[in-house]
Ligand binder design. Structure first.
Ligand code: Q9C
Ligand code: ZN
Length: 372
């Protein structure tokens, strides 16, 4: 399988994030992508190529140009303010209740993007979990190019291709970044496929978290079906979206399927959910599935609470490919660094119909246990 990678992600050099107001060691770190790259290289069955530049148009096809401009200048604006912060997070978020009683027209007329970076980060941002540093914009642009190059491979005839996107994308909405995500790589890829082929596209999101950004972007669209398996937002980030009764509106009604799972979800729970998800995808026409691939569903993941093991990734990859559709597989989350490479290798080998034997040297054995 061809795999698209670029070292440009290293410029998004994150060491600290804030969690409920407190600095903690970052989860979404450069080492994640490097672990995956090394495991796929060790496998021998993956051919790596770099991304080609696709420009800004495919980004503004799904994102507000204002978000793009903010992300482009945010770091230099922060430096101009001379606050001396190691990364940018917001001071104030515009909670919807700040405007209670005001008409939508009044809000639209009166509320505008602030001038200070601390306010602008709140205007465009969802949360404090997406620290922005000097190299973030370049890395996020490169991740989009990785996704679009992966699309090119599949539209050029590959049955499946893998884009090692970092930073990830699925929490990023049309006009909002957050949750370690800046541009929505999977949504940009899906939109590019729709425009290139005129076909309908399905997105299968198997990251532990609900992909609120992808859901938002396609909420009222009839041509992109979004199907996600994730932790119930009653207990997990992003808390405010991801419930089973969110089905889309207008032309998009019935095109959004959320499958929330309980804490402790097992391989068996997961495979049942995956079968439901794939069945829903096959109910609509189309020849390509964009996969938002996350490994924060793994039993040892530091921010997830599922109990999945590596074998289930191989099986989900196998079943996804068995739909007969071509696969644009794009990396999202997954934060247990020792297992990331093996889990990616397992999923992608499954998607190629190849068997999977763990390589002890690339992860297993480092922590001595396999959950479940
Ligand atoms: N204690 C992705 O997986 N909350 N984003 C983290 C850590 C934010 C996850 C809390 C989680 C964002 C792409
Ligand atoms: Zn996630």
């Amino acid at each position: 399988m061809q795999a698209v990678y670029t070292p440009a992600h290293l410029a998004h050099d994150i060491t600290v994030e804030t969690f409920m107001g407190v600095p903690i060691p970052a989860n979404e770190v450069a080492e994640r992508a490097e672990k995956i790259r090394m495991a796929l290289e060790a496998d021998g069955g993956f051919d790596f190529l770099g991304p080609s530049e696709h420009g800004e148009d495919p980004i503004t096809a799904v994102h507000d140009p204002g978000l793009v401009r903010f992300l482009e200048v945010a770091w230099s604006e922060l430096r101009r303010q001379a606050l001396g912060r190691p990364f940018l997070t917001a001071d104030t978020y515009p909670n919807r209740n700040m405007f209670e009683g005001m008409s939508p027209e009044a809000v639209a007329a009166l509320v505008r993007e602030p001038q200070q970076a601390a306010g602008r980060a709140g205007y465009w941002g969802l949360d404090s979990a997406a620290p922005l540093v000097a190299g973030t914009y370049g890395a996020a642009r490169a991740a989009v190019d990785v996704a679009l190059t992966t699309v090119d491979l599949v539209l050029g005839g590959a049955r499946a291709a893998y884009g090692l996107c970092r930073p990830p994308g699925h929490h990023s909405a049309r006009s909002m970044y957050g949750g370690y995500c800046f541009f929505n790589n999977a949504a940009i890829a899906a939109e590019a496929i729709v425009r290139a082929t005129g076909e309908r596209v399905a997105i299968l999101d198997v990251d532990y978290h609900h992909g609120n950004g992808t859901q938002q972007i396609f909420w009222n669209r009839g041509d992109v079906r979004y199907v996600s398996i994730h932790a119930d937002p009653d207990r997990a980030y992003p808390y405010f979206l991801g419930r089973a009764d969110e089905v889309g509106e207008g032309a998009g009604r019935g095109e959004n399927l959320n499958i929330p799972l309980r804490g402790g979800a097992t391989n068996e729970d997961y495979l049942a959910a995956a079968d439901r998800a794939l069945e829903a995808i096959l109910e609509a026409p189309g020849s390509v599935i964009v996969v938002s691939l996350g490994f924060d569903t793994y039993g040892l993941d530091p921010i997830g609470d599922f109990a999945l093991t590596t074998e289930v990734y191989h099986e989900v990859g196998r079943r996804t490919a068995a739909t007969g559709r071509r696969l644009v597989v794009l990396q999202e989350g997954g934060y247990h660094r020792p297992s990331l490479g093996e889990n990616a290798r397992a999923w992608l080998r499954g998607a190629e119909g190849r068997d999977f034997d763990p390589l002890p040297s690339t992860g297993f054995g480092e922590h001595g246990v396999v959950a479940g």
